[in-house]
Design a protein around this ligand. Sequence first.
Ligand code: PAF
Length: 281
Amino acid sequence: MKVINKINDIRKYVDSLRKRGKTIGLVPTLGALHEGHLSLVRRAREDNDAVVVSIFVNPIQFGPAEDLKKYPRPFRQDRKLCEKEGVDIIFHPSVSRMYPGKDSTGVNVEGLTDKLCGRSRPGHFRGVCTVVSKLFNIVKPHAAYFGQKDYQQFLVIRKMTDDLNFHVKLRLCPIVREKDGLALSSRNKRLSIKERQEALCLNRALKEARRLIKVGKVSGAGLIISRMKRMINSQPGARIDYINICNPETLEDVKIIKGKALAALAVFIGKTRLIDNDVIS
Ligand code: PAF
């Protein structure tokens, strides 16, 4: 496995792979890898001749109140995990290599980014789209892999990919959960033992939404959302950022559930903001 820091070096490497007719799978990450990321790496490994994992804590997707400095950067551990999964290249650029000087060009997807997480994290998706488009241009992957936990991120990147004609297949991979249902996230490490227990309310509320929709008795989204709110609010350390039931393609809220619906929520557990979702048909 190679670790490459320089943009020109990775360009040379991927160009030679492409010349030899090899397919490249890209798994973009912020590092602090867990089983969720590794499931993306395994899928990329299955589908492609070469797997590139990018590890880059992208400063421009963090808001001023979000803790960029404290974001974990356990590079040695990440490197070991990648090695074990048969990754070919870790692309690990510095901030100054990715953003030399003041950044002045950004990629903005409109519409989809006004909703859900976009409301409480202004500028976040612009930061994500900017770095992902740079990674697509640098690594030129045939396919790129994203986790369903960041469902809105996937839709936004898909829109950007279509609109800007990036020649890359996007793959959405299922959420990986702990045995007790908590969706894996590098933020889970920030939870105290008590908060870790309280955090289970996110998945519990989603399960309740799924149950209500599946039994077919409740089709009004408002009623389901109030049930979910009650479950979350019963945890003293929990504060709801949003709970929405919406169209899984447009993210527009739905009133009456017909066909597929996305139940999505963001909840602060103490100071840690967690997200989770489920696509229910
Ligand atoms: O989902 C993430 O980890 C990040 O938003 C991504 C896609 C790597 C862009 O920095």
